[in-house]
Ligand binder design. Structure first.
Ligand code: LMR
Length: 329
């Protein structure tokens, strides 16, 4: 009897031993909704490269760009279910998750410069916002930049009255809804993957996005006018499924944190140049007129849009808005 027990135990030890030795790599599915050739797309590829190198192949990162795995709304649900492990959604897309404070990043003219933005994302405000994701089963790892949005439509957008009656696509953010209504436009939430077709078929008349997104989604083919207004910011939160992240071996987690830190430096370093290049490329196609607001015109836009900050105090804690504005002071 003892003999057969010993035999069984040694057989089990051999099986687990070999399974451990040939342990499959830990898979991180990283899903996102933009083209590869964008700051977020390049940041995701750089993270893949750095993570696989740092963990010596014990982690394999599978990047699924351009909504090829999940579209906007689906991706957050998939992360919470653990169907994917990593995302980098726009900060404008956390409202439906019940974390509306991220919409502070959508407030018109809230960031006078990138320096102010980085003070917010790299300081206590950014950290506190990530803490609000934890009860949703999500861990925030980093903030990636994609810069200031331009407005686009098939008519010139020089003054706020030019927006009157236009159907404007927005992300799922109540602040952006209020922004478009303040301009007299009718906001319509659509998934990013549906924007080109909605513009092409006239479901919506116009939209807003950083030039890198406008260009890589070929929106210049269906938008005759772009206005450089610097009215609003678009950035990302790189997030993981909390259970997956906490369950990693601590040495691997530390290696992945290091890879994320370097990928973040890279993604933020290229964001401005990628958007500047995209805007020039849009102009060079000759299909779209790119208009830069004069200071006088910008003052008119601010007069209409800055009050949205006050209006949104009912939705976003006014102390949070004040704290962000204080960074700008
Ligand atoms: C959008 O939906 O307009 C953007 O959030 C897409 C993106 O992720 O940059």
């Amino acid at each position: 009897k003892l003999k057969s027990l010993l035999f069984a135990l040694s057989a089990a030890a051999i099986v687990t031993g070999s399974a451990f030795a040939q342990q499959q790599p830990i898979i991180i599915k990283f899903s996102h909704v933009v083209a590869n050739d964008t700051p977020k797309g390049k940041g995701a590829e750089r993270f893949k490269e750095l993570a696989e190198k740092a963990t010596k192949g014990r982690v394999k990162v599978e990047v699924y760009p351009n909504s090829t795995l999940y579209k906007d709304k689906e991706e957050l649900e998939a992360l919470q279910l653990g169907a994917v492990q990593m995302l980098a959604p726009s900060l404008a897309k956390f409202g439906p998750l019940g974390v509306k404070e991220f919409e502070v990043f959508d407030l018109p003219y809230i960031f006078p410069s990138k320096e102010v933005l980085y003070r917010v994302t790299e300081g206590p405000i950014g950290r506190d916002l990530f803490k609000k994701l934890e009860p949703k089963g999500i861990t925030g790892l980093a903030y990636w930049d994609n810069g200031f949005k331009v407005m686009s439509a098939n008519k010139p957008l020089h003054t706020p009255s030019d927006f009157r009656g236009l159907k404007m696509r927005i992300q799922s953010s109540k602040v952006l809804d209020a922004q478009m209504r303040a301009l007299g436009a009718n906001p319509q939430v659509l998934a990013f993957s549906e924007v080109y077709q909605a513009l092409q078929t006239g479901v919506v008349d116009g939209t807003e996005n950083p030039p890198s997104n406008l260009y890589t989604q070929k929106m210049h083919e269906v938008q005759k006018h772009v206005t450089v207004s610097d009215h609003g910011y678009l950035g990302y939160a790189v997030i993981v499924n909390k259970k997956f992240w906490d369950g990693l071996p601590s040495d691997i987690r530390t290696q992945l944190e290091g890879a994320m830190k370097d990928a973040t430096k890279y993604a933020n370093a290229i964001a401005q140049q990628e958007n500047d290049a995209a805007l020039l490329a849009v102009e060079k196609t000759g299909k779209t007129t790119v208009y830069r607001l004069s200071d006088k015109e910008k003052a008119e836009w601010r007069k209409v849009l800055v009050p949205v900050q006050k209006q949104m105090e009912i939705r976003i804690d006014k102390d949070l808005i004040a704290a962000v504005n204080k960074e700008a002071a």
